[in-house]
Ligand binder design. Sequence first.
Ligand code: HAM
Length: 420
Amino acid sequence: MKNLYSGIRGTADLSPSETALFLDIVDKSREVIERFAYEEIVLPVLEEKGLFEKSVGENTDIVERQMFKIEGKDIVLRPEGTAQVVRYFLEKSLYKQHDFHKFSYVGPMFRGERPQKGRLRQFYHIGAEAIGSRSFYVDAELISLCSAILENIGVRKFKLRINSLGCFRDKSRLSSFIKQSLQEHKSKLCPDCKRRIRHNPLRVIDCKKEQCRAVVKSLDFKEAHLCKDCQRDFRNLLNFLEETGLKYVYDPYLVRGLDYYTNTVFEIVSESLGSQNAIGAGGRYNNLIKFLGGPDIPAAGFALGIERIMITLKESPPRYSIPVFVAYSADADSNAVYGILSNLRKSGINCDSDYCGKSLKAQMRNAQRRGVRFVVIAGRDELKKNKILLKDMKESRQEEIDIGVLAGKLNSFIKEKKGD
Ligand code: HAM
């Protein structure tokens, strides 16, 4: 019989400490995102299949092989957020309200890839999209936001790889050039790339296989396909990045695996990851909104992969610990004990107790293991006098105090001892 307590391959269960790290990453990202004035939106996990076919592209790995479809329906679990944000933008006709919009999102994405370290079938994106401007300052802002988020989270060693695919026309020119140039080298390419030459020649450029890399490296196409305007914008962007101290590596072989990109594309890579070394990626998609039936509005954005960020972080934040534990002796009135616990919580104090009838000694051990600073000890005789013992675990001191003043005292102790 199938084991019913095995998780789905390519999905991850996060333990409490991993969840603490996950939430810490999200909190620290939001802090920075707010500073850059991107407004968070929450969009559904389910979307029309056609949205991704048209935007990400029918001949991309994501659409061809990786989308999770709902049986019998044209609905999929979203593989990415950009197309979805554009769908939302168009559905609500947001371009009629203002010229420029900045959105951010955090949520799960789904791709049926072959699972390995850093490559999951359900993973989380922290993304940002700026819609309505062609200015290269927007590209610079997104890159700077990306790196500020990573710095705030504590990711140290990362590199920005950047390239420009040029406008739609430039990109088509590059695509034809690659297609033509690769014909004579076809036999040296991997089976996937042999197929890509016909449907998606640009993808051959960033194939990771050695044999394909060697062929691509022999072709010379650095910036040659870019029109004057696109060349100027790209130069301006790189100059501005240099002026603001943002280090980058210009990589003419960076093309990205989603069809909607035009002009700037970038990837943030970390040395501490293996083959799946991109912790984030993004770029411009100036034609996507029009392509999906909307007005001619340019846009750009990026997404960071939370699980890959987690792998790069060696240290977890300190585990969440409660400041107060309510312990009791076996003969204490349990209603009074749980009443104290409930009142402390009503007063805003994070606390816990024992629910398994453990001995007082075992409860004290439990409190110690959890790093609790104060233990409220409720004994039968003290409770009768409306009192308890309050023990400061760090200073090994205890005093008898009235239950009526307990919450107030604990609140001021906790405030006083914070960081102590
Ligand atoms: P993407 O490169 O497909 O771009 O994904 C962005 C990031 O998500 C990657 O750099 C990686 O960190 C993480 N990621 C992707 N696939 C997986 C996976 N199977 N398992 C774990 N992590 C993964 C996009 O999705 C674009 N929508 C980004 C964008 C936003 N471009 C413009 N705006």
